[in-house]
Design a protein around this ligand. Structure first.
Ligand SMILES: [Fe+2]
Length: 165
């Protein structure tokens, strides 16, 4: 069990982390397309995922505002942003390391699986953190994003499988 200050620290950190992951995910798709690693169908699907990542980013920004305006919570939006920047940097580094010198399509798709898996687990944890606060709107938003992330993950797994079938 966490106390009030820990709950707020956890919330700020985790909201930043999902924001950073959403930003990194959009850049990752852009880069994999530019490297011509995603072809035809998987390219279209990845672009759809990218669009949804952009909408998730906006929705999480709204959640940040909700908690910042909430007198009971008084979330510090710049702490969230700090955490977002750090996470985006880390995620970009992980992608570079994972893809290495000569990435192929399978590696590109498996990296997307890794990224989506990371998003799923972060939103799961964020949902649990959010349950410590009395904000139905925020919780509903997080739950709906989590559902879409689960869908993204299974889509990416399917794409990775299709590439080697
Ligand atoms: Fe996603």
């Amino acid at each position: 069990m966490s106390n009030k200050k820990e709950n707020l620290d956890n919330l700020q950190k985790k909201l930043g982390e999902v924001l950073g992951l959403e930003r990194a995910a959009q850049k990752a798709v852009e880069e994999l397309v530019a490297l011509k690693l995603l072809k035809s169908e998987s390219k279209d699907q990845a672009k759809e995922i990218q669009k949804e990542a952009s909408s998730h980013e906006e929705k999480i920004q709204e959640v940040v505002s909700l908690f910042a305006e909430d007198e009971e919570v008084k979330l510090n939006a710049s702490k969230v942003e700090e955490s977002a920047k750090e996470t985006e940097k880390k995620a970009t580094k992980i992608m570079k390391t994972y893809l290495g010198e000569n990435p192929d399509t399978s590696e590109a798709l498996e990296f997307l699986c890794l990224a989506e898996g990371g998003e799923v687990s972060h939103y799961e944890v964020l949902q649990t953190i959010c349950e410590n606060f009395d904000n139905k709107k925020a919780l509903t938003t997080i739950k709906s994003i989590l559902k879409e992330e689960q869908k993204h993950l299974s889509e990416c797994i399917d794409m990775a499988k299709a590439a080697v079938a």
